[in-house]
Ligand binder design. Structure first.
Ligand code: SIN
Ligand code: CO
Length: 387
């Protein structure tokens, strides 16, 4: 029996053997299974406009969609109470995204995964399933830790990359027709499954059950290019036109010349050859939390702080940090805050959501001597008091 995940396998061993590479099952990962929400509370969230939710309903059996496409349907929220009054007894599941934004307690789950940096975190999704409910056999593009909250689910998981079997897309959901399981287990409360991207998985509820998914995101080339176009292109001060002064013979056949491609390659190389600019662009982007909805209002009077006070960055916030020239740059929700190097310890603690004792700062007779940048973080409401 284990108390917490990663007691049965060391985090470094997990990272080396499984992270992004292979699925892994953790029996009894949580001594106390997560129980942040009841089925009714989850349904309550799905009634709200700003909350992303979906219902996956099957009529009658659990065959993959290719064998029975008509049997699967997906509906997107927000739902009416009346929708829940008219659902069958079994074979459906309700999935609600970004529950970490709306139910602060669910963020407690993240402390068990804080060895994966926050800028990789996407959201906590919670699903409630009736007997035989599930979303069908599929693979995702992201890493996920599936944690069994209540009830049981039968999970089958394939090897990473073994997803080439035919796919059937039903209302945006991509079903795999079949796959070979390398994990085939019944998850019970407190059990956990890690599933890397591009890995087939299929969970079927045995009776009613609730599952929590801690999901991760990544960035794709097309997003990088969009970012460059949107955020970088307008800032480029050197705007070159292609020139063809090399032309010394007529080109009457409209032959497309290699020189234009050479020019394009060269321009792109110059753009890419600016690591500081790219670090700034990417770190800002990856500091945005999934919804960027900041709900807390941490208002306190700096003058009330004293040596015994403790402060902490609100764990709702998307954050990362990096060195930039002779400064430390802290990015919060797409905004940069630069600290002198002497505050390295403070920034590291802050960015890992650890409590910071104010003994780390000098005190004038009356008040704490913060660097102005920290004062502006406090004034923005990003910092909370924890004493
Ligand atoms: C579920 O919780 O039912 C589905 C989770 C997943 O497949 O990613
Ligand atoms: Co999935």
């Amino acid at each position: 029996m284990y108390n917490r995940p990663f007691e049965q396998i060391d985090k470094s061993e997990f990272l080396a053997k499984y992270w992004q590479k292979a699925p892994c099952f953790f029996k009894n990962a949580f001594e106390v299974p997560p129980s942040f929400l009841s089925a009714d509370e989850l349904a309550g969230l799905s009634l709200q406009e700003e909350i992303e939710s979906r219902l996956v309903i099957q009529s009658g059996n659990n065959k993959p969609a290719a064998q029975n496409a008509d049997a699967w349907s997906v509906e997107h929220g927000p739902f009416d109470n009346s929708r829940f009054a008219n659902l069958p007894e079994s074979h459906w599941t309700l999935l609600v995204q970004s529950v970490d934004t709306w139910v602060a307690d669910t963020r407690k789950l993240l402390t068990d995964f804080n060895f994966i940096p926050r800028w990789r975190f996407d959201d906590v999704m919670v699903s409630y399933a009736t007997d035989q409910g599930g979303v069908g056999p599929h693979a995702d593009n992201y890493d996920v830790f599936l944690i069994q909250g209540s009830g049981e689910r039968h999970w089958r998981v394939g090897a990473k990359g073994d997803t080439s079997e035919a796919k059937t897309v039903i209302q945006g959901m991509c079903h795999l027709d079949q796959f070979t399981s390398i994990i085939d287990i019944v998850m019970q409360p407190g059990d956990m499954l890690y599933i890397p991207p591009d890995t087939a998985h299929w969970g079927i509820s045995i009776g009613e059950s609730i599952g929590y998914s801690v999901g991760y995101r990544s960035i794709q080339t097309n997003q990088l290019l969009a970012l460059i176009t949107e955020k970088l292109a307008e800032k480029i001060d050197h705007q070159q036109f292609f020139t063809d002064a090399y032309r010394d013979t007529p080109n009457t056949s409209n032959y497309f010349e290699d020189q234009l491609v050479d020019w394009a390659q060269n321009e792109l190389k110059q753009l890419a050859n600016q690591p500081d600019v790219l670090a700034d662009l990417l770190s800002k982007q990856m500091s945005l939390s999934k919804l960027g909805v900041y709900q807390n209002d941490n208002n306190f009077d700096i003058n009330e702080l004293n040596k015994d006070s403790t402060i902490q960055l609100d764990d709702e916030i998307g954050v990362n940090w990096h060195y930039l020239n002779d400064k430390i740059r802290l990015n919060i929700e797409g905004e940069s805050f630069d600290f002198d190097l002497q505050y390295e310890k403070v920034v590291k603690k802050m960015a890992s959501f650890s409590p910071i004792s104010l003994t780390l700062f000098n005190f004038s007779p009356k008040m704490v001597d913060f660097p102005p940048v920290l004062t502006s973080l406090i004034n923005r409401g990003y910092i909370k008091r924890v004493d």
